[in-house]
Design a protein. Sequence first.
Length: 74
Amino acid sequence: MTNVYSLDGLLVFGLLLICTCAYFKKVPRLKQWFLSEKKGVWGVFYKAAVIGSRLHIPVAVSCIMMGFYVMFIK
């Protein structure tokens, strides 16, 4: 179980947030409901979706590396 207060826990949380928001951006109903705000607190989800869609290859590689780290090294 990863701890959110450690650095690797924050990295896992950030990667999961980016991947989830990028998935929400591809689903039309979720995009209208979840990613309509571009500023403020809800804008963080929109910005994470933009990061996930534009940098999909580095995000995917980091998810694979973080999964390997959590499963085998930690």
